[in-house]
Design a protein around this ligand. Structure first.
Ligand SMILES: [Zn+2]
Length: 498
């Protein structure tokens, strides 16, 4: 509801007239009951008639009119202040703060602090009035309880959960207030939702060794780190989380620019540049190339490219690494080693691609469905249902006693699907000169042996087998994703008997 006769309203009236009437945007004319025949009221009604406005006169007392004007100006202050408050929340989320402290003191003005990584950080200072308006708006106009009044002298709790009032990365904000010697304090706890709170790759299914490996890659000052996998292997999610974690750890000291076609997730703290307006594949490639070049001129520390998919993007990624940047990207490849092949297939200079200071890390991943923990069934009880060759592979590759298979009927907990979500099987490599030398010589077999035996890196297949033995994934479904768990031999019949 708007008061059209408010000070900055549509219809201007003198102050003395405003004291006895209020014209609302729904056509109601609120008139003080003792002023119904007042000449100003008569005059204003004539004016409305002349303007062909709808008029329904309602009598009320003077206090009610004053209150209408108060609410009108109050709601405007609130809406401005709400925007300010929301910006404050956004800034806190960008810095991955866990809490916002607003200290309002008549002596020391208003101080705003963020708690970032457990430490309180001073953000800015304002007047006492500013703090007072900010806290009142947050409590009265943004919190869930609609009729709450902010009382400076008492301890109060509230919560903001309406989506339009909080940044997308939050599920809600918990408010606690308390008086202090010369004012009061309001503490806002930011409740992050999983999508961004969870920057830990372990939650995606990466093993502790693999997480440690990615940590090493994050700390390399320069070089390209590539995440390979087929379409739908979740590589963009991994990329987004790794980058999110880098930004969080850098606490604003790194300038991170992304070039994305198209941007998939918001990455707080990164400057995300989309590739736009491309009709043909050729034009898209050109736009993408131009966006990468532009990003390199913007003084970045870290560049993220959504994908290396053609020669120009491959060359530019290498060039960015050679000029002292850290570059993260994805590439369509079936294994960590195949990432190098993919780059040379795209026509990127093999000498550069196999330089460990340029291509610093190789990650590859796939996704496998997670067995529903409530209804999965021991593999041992179902061995007879598989063909002998399959049983033979299972016997050789996995621990048949510990493995589980999907219940085709599912249960209530999994909605009859037998699975719940997906998990990553991956391989992660910090490249070094010996490995790259073998790849330069095109000795794939020696390279793979070196990776396993010298670098001690678990392959995607081995990662899958580990998860089968932990009862997390179904062995047949794992084979669909990573290939046969073992070679087929001629002794399947023996295996079946055993
Ligand atoms: Zn189930």
């Amino acid at each position: 509801m708007k008061v059209l006769t408010a000070k900055d309203g549509e219809l201007q009236v003198a102050d003395e007239v405003r004291a006895i009437l209020a014209y609302l945007d729904d056509g109601r004319l609120m008139v003080s009951k003792s002023h119904v025949y007042n000449r100003h009221v008569r005059g204003f009604m004539a004016k409305l008639k002349h303007l062909k406005r709808e008029v329904r006169v309602e009598e009320c007392d003077l206090a009610a009119i004053a209150k209408l004007y108060d609410q009108a100006s109050g709601s405007e202050t609130h809406s401005n202040m709400q925007a300010t408050a929301k910006q404050l929340f956004e800034r806190a989320v960008e810095k991955r703060a866990s809490d916002i402290h607003i200290r309002v003191s008549s002596r020391n003005r208003t101080q705003i602090l963020f708690r970032i990584h457990n430490d309180l950080t001073f953000i800015e200072e304002h007047t006492f009035e500013y703090g007072s308006q900010l806290c009142t708006t947050i409590f009265q106009a943004m919190a869930d309880v609609s009729d709450a009044t902010f009382e400076e002298l008492s301890r109060q709790d509230a919560r903001i959960s309406m989506r339009s009032r909080i940044p997308v990365h939050l599920d809600g904000i918990r408010i606690a207030t308390s008086p202090q010697v010369d004012g009061y304090i309001m503490v806002l706890r930011l409740l992050y939702n999983d999508a961004t709170n969870d920057l830990d790759l372990a939650r995606l299914g990466y093993s502790p060794e693999q997480v440690a490996c990615v940590e090493i890659l994050k700390r390399k000052p320069t070089g390209v780190v590539l995440i390979g996998g087929p379409t739908g292997s979740g590589k963009s999610t991994t990329l987004q989380r790794a980058l999110g974690a880098i930004i969080q750890q850098a606490q604003g000291r790194k300038h991170v620019i992304t070039v994305e076609d198209p941007p998939e997730y918001p990455i707080p703290g990164a400057v995300q540049t989309p590739v736009t307006n491309a009709d043909s594949e050729e034009e898209r490639s050109r736009e993408y190339q131009m966006a990468i070049k532009a990003a390199m001129r913007l003084d970045p520390d870290i560049i993220m490219l959504s994908e290396i998919r053609d020669n120009p993007s491959g060359r530019l990624a290498v060039q960015a690494a050679m000029t002292g940047h850290q570059v993260w990207s994805t590439v369509h490849a079936n294994s960590a080693v195949a990432i190098i092949d993919r780059l040379t297939d795209l026509g990127v200079n093999p000498a550069l691609v196999t330089d460990p200071t340029i291509v610093a890390g190789l990650i590859c991943q796939r996704l496998v469905k997670v067995l529903c923990p409530h209804c999965k069934q021991p593999l041992a009880d179902h061995l007879a249902e598989f063909d002998p060759r399959t049983v033979g592979r299972f016997m050789r590759a996995i621990n048949v006693e510990r493995a589980f298979v999907q219940n085709p009927d599912g249960c209530d907990k999994c909605g009859g699907s037998g699975t719940s979500g997906r998990t990553v099987v991956a391989e992660t490599i910090v490249s070094d000169e010996s490995l790259m030398a073998l790849l330069r010589q095109n000795d794939r077999l020696a390279a793979i042996t070196y990776i396993r035996e010298e670098l001690g890196v678990m392959s995607m297949l081995e990662h899958a087998i580990r998860k089968i033995n932990e009862g997390i994934i179904d062995p047949l479904q794992a084979e669909d994703v990573v290939g046969p768990l073992a070679e087929n031999h001629g002794d399947e019949r023996l295996a079946l008997v055993a």
